[in-house]
Write a protein that binds this ligand. Structure first.
Ligand SMILES: Cc1cc2nc3c(=O)[nH]c(=O)nc-3n(C[C@H](O)[C@H](O)[C@H](O)COP(=O)(O)OP(=O)(O)OC[C@H]3O[C@@H](n4cnc5c(N)ncnc54)[C@H](O)[C@@H]3O)c2cc1C
Length: 404
């Protein structure tokens, strides 16, 4: 076996890259992580929601800005569906800069080497290794590695360079950080309707020290020529809710892509994609941190063995990943189908009728009992099965879920 400079080179020091590096370094592999920016966690494009499970995994409680007990979800004509219970924590809101820095610091403490201002220029994978040219602080150098992992986000260089396909959907997210929003403590607000978030929803999330993050997301096809900023303006001026926004003062604005729908090829010879690079964000919430963590955790032991034995051909990587990735893809596909059926492909009038049903006490009880940001599919299926008003959709859902 020929010696390589590194066992693993990871492109991208976001949460997925940092977590992957921590795992692999802890198992004794020589890991180099490349980050194109001069600091970790910037620019930040995220609402900062992290599930208790994902936060527990890294233990970065000092990055928490707010705790959230529930969501007040508003139908297009104003029907309110409150999901959650006061005092029962549903999710955390974190400072993404602190969170990302914490995740990457854990990688370095486990033995990972981090190079900032560094990015790949070209790469070639062969039977022996991946030979990669890197630009580090404006100077090019050539390195070899057994395995290259692309954790380089929505517009992944690794994915494009090795022609590994595209995420099924690329949502556009826009967000403003504001002061002066009139919300409820420990609760986030979600607003729906074709004017303000066609096919999706907008959110207002408490982000600590009296500030809120107001965001909108949708797909280019559904926006139909409008921009997400226009949707944001329409939300602020919406006749039903404008009073809540009348005193806001903007501190910052961000815009970013949300890739959802696993790419055609997550592995090729000695190359693998993880996290946003692989299109792992959830179709129902846009959350990508939890799925990135889950993706690497589920293949860790066999992957580590394959790195040690240098058995990293496409065939070997497929064998290691196929079961776990296929299960994640199936979940993603089901969640997207249910989202389309219940929300995204539904005209406002019908959506409002769904909200009226969601707001009925027995349905609300069901939502609160089964509803889980991590696992939206069981709730979607329970709604179709147990709520008489949704039964006519069940047949349609069955067909959609079966044929994808
Ligand atoms: C408006 C908005 C709101 C969101 N809200 C949430 C939320 O509340 N909760 C949630 O879980 N998710 C949310 N997301 C999604 C979340 O931000 C991503 O899913 C998550 O950051 C993915 O992590 P990652 O490590 O895979 O990719 P990234 O966080 O994108 O990290 C990729 C890293 O790679 C680096 N990089 C890229 N290209 C190169 C290169 N060629 N060379 C070297 N380095 C490179 C980047 O600089 C970056 O540091 C939101 C997204 C948007 C746009």
């Amino acid at each position: 076996m020929k010696e390589t400079d590194w066992d693993v080179i990871i492109v991208g020091a976001g949460p997925t890259g940092g977590r992957t590096a921590t795992h692999l370094s802890s198992l004794g592999h020589r890991v180099l992580m490349l980050e194109e920016h001069s600091e970790i966690g910037r620019p930040f494009q995220c609402a900062g929601l992290v599930t208790p499970k994902a936060l527990q995994e890294v233990g970065l409680y000092d990055s928490v800005l707010e705790e959230v007990d529930g969501a007040r979800i508003h139908g297009p004509s104003g029907t309110l569906v409150p999901v959650g219970t006061d005092g029962k924590l549903r999710t955390y809101v974190v400072c993404r800069k602190k969170f990302d820095q914490g995740v990457v610091q854990q990688a370095m403490e486990s033995g990972t080497t981090l190079w900032l201002n560094s990015q790949p220029v070209s790469a070639e994978s062969s039977e022996e290794n991946v030979s990669i040219v890197i630009d580090k602080n404006g100077v090019e150098m050539k390195l070899s590695t057994k395995l290259l992992i692309g954790c380089d986000g929505a517009h992944s260089w690794t994915r494009r360079y090795f022609k590994m396909g595209r995420p099924k959907e690329m949502m556009i997210g826009f967000q403003a950080e504001v002061l002066g929003y009139e919300g409820n403590e420990r609760w986030l607000d979600m607003y729906s309707g074709s004017e303000i978030a066609p096919g999706f929803f907008s959110w207002v999330i408490p982000s600590g020290f009296g500030s809120h993050r107001i965001g909108v997301w949708s797909t280019p096809e559904r926006l139909n020529g409008r921009s997400v900023e226009q949707c944001y303006d329409d939300l602020l001026n919406h006749p039903l809710w404008k009073d809540r926004f009348s005193n806001i003062k903007e501190i910052a604005r961000f815009c970013g892509p949300i890739p959802s729908g696993m790419v055609r090829k997550t592995v090729t010879n000695r190359v693998m994609l993880l996290g946003d690079a692989a299109g792992m964000a959830k179709p129902t919430t846009g959350g990508g941190i939890g799925p990135g963590f889950k993706q690497i955790k589920g293949i860790l032991q066999p992957l580590s063995k394959a790195i040690t034995s240098d058995n990293l051909t496409e065939k070997s990587l497929k064998k290691i990943t196929s079961k776990h990735f296929a299960a994640m893809k199936k979940d993603q596909d089901k969640a997207r189908a249910l989202r389309n059926l219940l929300v995204s492909d539904v005209p406002d009038k019908e959506l409002e009728a769904h909200f009226t049903n969601f707001a009925k006490p027995d349905v609300l009880e069901l939502i609160n009992e089964i509803g889980d940001i991590e696992k939206p599919v069981p709730l979607g299926l329970a709604l179709l099965k147990k709520v008489p008003a949704f039964r006519k959709l069940a047949l349609k859902a069955g067909t959609r879920l079966m044929f994808r």
